[in-house]
Design a binder for this molecule. Structure first.
Ligand code: 13P
Length: 263
């Protein structure tokens, strides 16, 4: 079954991870927003940056100089609104800082911090119930790919993450397919491999929500995407943008990727 007749509007995210400092975060956000604004790229593609928590406010201030160009995102959140959860940050707090989108289930949260399926699913609900965009990250590890489990792993992560999501709330869900072996390694998936995995993910969405809601979901590719390989990856029908780590820390590289998504 094909559910990919027309491509939804692309979305490109810059996941800064645990990088930058206060002044470089401000400068990076400003350079990205200025570049997007000057080239009117936001008329054709959604752009978001995901700075570390302490820099959300200065980054919000930098982005505000170019209204509507770049969305402010957060790399994680907690499931409760407030209370005795030392070290955690709630979705209402993020909203209060101007955050519009939140990453949930990033590979580094799953495999370094050991977040489990239930917590990830609750975070998806917390983000969507607060009215924000949820970027649900999924992807297989190398040994899972080598043993033919790519689609099974992605299906399990998608089905679990979206277990309690309605077709209406799905409109604010973005899926980021990030094969773990491609993250930060310089080993990018081939466009054909990305398309194959992402088409399978769309078919899971179609089974869960129906063909039309599934066709409207943006599925990003992430994992060593850069200025040189972005266009060929995003030319694939089920690749609707990218979630960029390392290359999002250099404004000229990130802007080149955004331009590729806008074409
Ligand atoms: P890299 O682009 O550095 O491989 O990171 C991808 C990623 O994890 C984005 O969330």
């Amino acid at each position: 079954m094909s559910t990919s007749a027309s491509k939804p509007r692309s979305i490109v995210g810059g996941n800064w991870k645990m990088n930058t400092d206060k002044s470089s975060a401000f400068a990076l956000a400003r350079a990205v927003a200025q570049g997007v604004s000057q080239a009117h790229l936001h008329s054709r593609v959604d752009v978001a940056v995901f700075p570390p928590f302490p820099y959300l406010l200065p980054v919000a201030e930098a982005l505000a100089a170019f209204p509507g160009a770049v969305m402010l995102g957060a790399q994680d959140c907690y499931i409760a609104d407030k209370g005795a959860f030392t070290g955690e940050v709630s979705v209402p707090m993020l909203k209060d800082c101007g955050v519009q989108a939140v990453l949930v289930g990033h590979s580094e949260r799953r495999h370094v911090i050991h977040e489990g399926d239930d917590l990830i699913e609750a975070k998806v609900q917390a983000v969507l119930n607060a009215g924000l965009t949820c970027v649900l990250c999924v992807g297989e590890k190398l040994e899972q790919r080598e043993t033919g489990q790519t689609n099974t792993i992605n299906e399990r992560q998608v089905r679990n993450g979206l277990k309690h999501v309605s077709a209406d709330l799905l409109k604010r869900v973005v899926i980021a397919y990030e094969p773990v072996w491609a993250i930060g390694t310089g080993k990018t998936a081939t466009p054909a491999d990305a398309q194959s995995a992402q088409h399978a993910i769309r078919n899971v969405l179609a089974d869960m929500f129906g063909d039309q809601p599934a066709a409207a979901v943006r599925i990003q590719y992430g994992g060593s995407m850069n200025a040189a390989n972005a266009a060929s990856l995003m030319a694939e029908v089920d690749v609707n943008g990218g979630l960029i780590g390392g290359a999002s820390l250099k404004p000229e590289d990130f802007l080149a990727i955004i331009k590729a998504a806008a074409h």
